[in-house]
Design a protein around this ligand. Structure first.
Ligand code: SAH
Ligand code: SF4
Ligand code: F3S
Length: 484
């Protein structure tokens, strides 16, 4: 649940975008509906936003929460609420299955609460087959919309509250970016900031370009304005978000004065007074420039962490994935980063079981893991996504082979991650205190600039501050430490 922090952009005076102003009016209209239902029921109404998937979805959900709160709903962690919305992910099949499982359960709450409204939005809803499945087997859903018209949520909420029918509004694509929507952050002290939407890379296994549309960059002025507003509202750390941040600005016309590169943008963001840490995700290895390395080197505000998805260490698999780099290109980039920025942690994503992948191909991936000495890696089993080129490739790999390769890889990933982590033992590092430890409430949890987590004894009042912590004991992915 969001901490009590201000809803940014809920004041007409702050808002420049005409569409956002229109949506504020719909929020007011929704507020009237909610208040009349409150009178009828003699109680407050509650709303629950359930988020799946990546940081982009998490950021979108912060907008959904803000709109529901402004409309008068109380935020709830339980799906046994008056309004429930699922913001979905479809990057792998298990993401789809998790959504459908939760949705089924939610349908049983609705049987007991006839006032309940259930909505579903996000990436999964950009696939026609998923929408058809909901229409057929989950008739109790009230509202379905996609990724391109999420800015219209207030308007759709009104339509949904006015009607008893299933409302479906899905757009194929958009070139529109709506600024200044209200947003209620999950964390008071850190925030994602979208710098671009969509993806043009079409890696052959990936559904994202189909469900998020073409690349659209936000104007640098709007990005800086958002960062300034966030800092004024207590934010210390921002994460600049895009599917390939290195292609930021490529969609601007040659003569557009807004046309700046990602390294130039991040340098501008670093100039925002009061901002203490800047992260970014995700850079594509094929477009990683020396200019970006130089900018990181000279700006201590930029976090010492680069997430650099490898996907595979075999050049032929990489070619068939349409990643546009070879095993050597990737390794040379890693060596360059390690040489120029030795304190930077490098993490990665790896897919096992891409069509036609052999055990020898996985050996290449393992070789890269050993040579790159990744500080951490997310390993995924290939999931066939209908509509992507790879879904039609021959030689889908049998499950047992994938499992064997996956386990082999995981072992090496864990070994390298641990040995990288251990290098920090005994050091004192600055840490952004993020919250009370989930398992032991006498402990706080903080994050190093290089993204490593540390747990240490301390008082809740430190949350949101950057303090020095000594790293005592390495436990693989995290440390136990004490305040220096
Ligand atoms: N834009 C980012 C990745 C976004 S998706 C990039 O290019 O790196 C996050 C991760 O999900 C990817 O890095 C990839 O490892 C994984 N992924 C994407 N599609 C997948 C699929 N069909 N099966 C398994 N993993 C997949
Ligand atoms: Fe998917 Fe590739 Fe785009 Fe990343 S760069 S979102 S993996 S298509
Ligand atoms: Fe998932 Fe959509 Fe993100 S498919 S990973 S939520 S862009």
């Amino acid at each position: 649940m969001s901490k009590e922090i201000n809803i940014l952009n809920s004041n007409k005076e702050d808002i420049k975008d005409a569409e956002s102003l229109k949506q504020l009016e719909f929020i007011n209209k929704a507020k009237e509906y909610v208040s009349s239902m409150e009178k009828e029921l003699g109680r407050k109404l509650t709303a629950c936003v359930v988020t799946f998937g990546c940081q982009m979805n998490a950021r979108d959900s912060e907008k959904l929460v803000a709109i529901l709160k402004l409309a008068g709903y109380e935020e709830s962690d339980s799906e046994n609420a008056d309004f429930v919305i699922y913001n979905t992910c479809t990057v792998r099949d298990n993401a789809d299955q998790r959504v459908l499982g939760r949705l089924g359960q939610c349908g049983s709450y609705k049987k007991k609460n006839p006032h309940m409204k259930i909505a579903i939005c996000g990436c999964m809803m950009q696939e026609q087959s998923s929408v058809e499945k909901i229409q057929k087997s989950y008739r109790f859903v009230d509202l379905i919309f996609g990724t391109h018209n999420i800015y219209k949520f207030a308007e759709l909420l009104c339509t949904c509250l006015e009607s008893d029918r299933m409302i479906i509004d899905i757009w194929k694509d958009t070139d529109k970016i709506v600024e200044d929507l209200p947003v209620l952050r999950k964390y008071p002290f850190k925030s994602g900031v979208n710098i671009m939407f969509g993806c043009n890379n079409f890696c052959t296994y990936c559904i994202v370009p189909y469900v998020r549309g073409r690349e659209r960059s936000r104007s640098p002025k709007e990005i800086i304005r958002e960062c300034e507003k966030l800092v004024a509202d207590g934010v210390k750390e921002v994460m600049l978000l895009g599917q390939n941040v290195n292609s930021y600005g490529n969609d601007f016309k040659e003569d557009d004065p807004n046309r700046i590169t990602f390294p130039q943008l991040i340098e501008e963001v670093c100039k925002v007074d009061g901002l203490e840490r800047v992260r970014f995700m995700t850079p594509h290895p094929k477009d990683f420039s020396d200019e970006l390395l130089d900018v990181i080197a000279r700006n201590s505000k930029i976090a010492r962490h680069i997430h650099l998805p490898l996907q595979s260490g075999n050049t032929e698999i990489l070619r068939r994935m349409n990643r546009k780099y070879t095993k050597d290109d990737y390794l040379n980039l890693v060596y360059k980063i390690r040489e120029k920025l030795p304190e930077v942690a490098i993490t990665t994503d790896i897919i096992v079981g891409f069509p036609g992948e052999t055990a020898a191909d996985v050996d290449d991936t393992i070789d890269v893991v050993k040579k790159a000495q990744f500080d951490n890696a997310f390993t995924f089993i290939y999931s066939k996504r209908t509509g992507t080129p790879a879904a039609g490739f021959d030689n889908q790999v049998p499950e047992n082979e994938v499992k064997e390769n996956f386990d082999r890889l995981l072992k090496v990933v864990q070994e390298t991650a641990r040995s990288q982590s251990e290098k920090l033992s005994g050091k004192t590092e600055s840490v952004l205190v993020e919250g009370v430890n989930e398992h032991d409430t006498t402990l706080l949890t903080g994050r190093l600039s290089n993204n490593t987590l540390v747990h240490f004894a301390g008082d809740e009042s430190l949350i949101g501050n950057i303090i020095d912590v000594t790293l005592d004991e390495c436990h693989g992915f995290y440390f136990m430490g004490h305040r220096a």
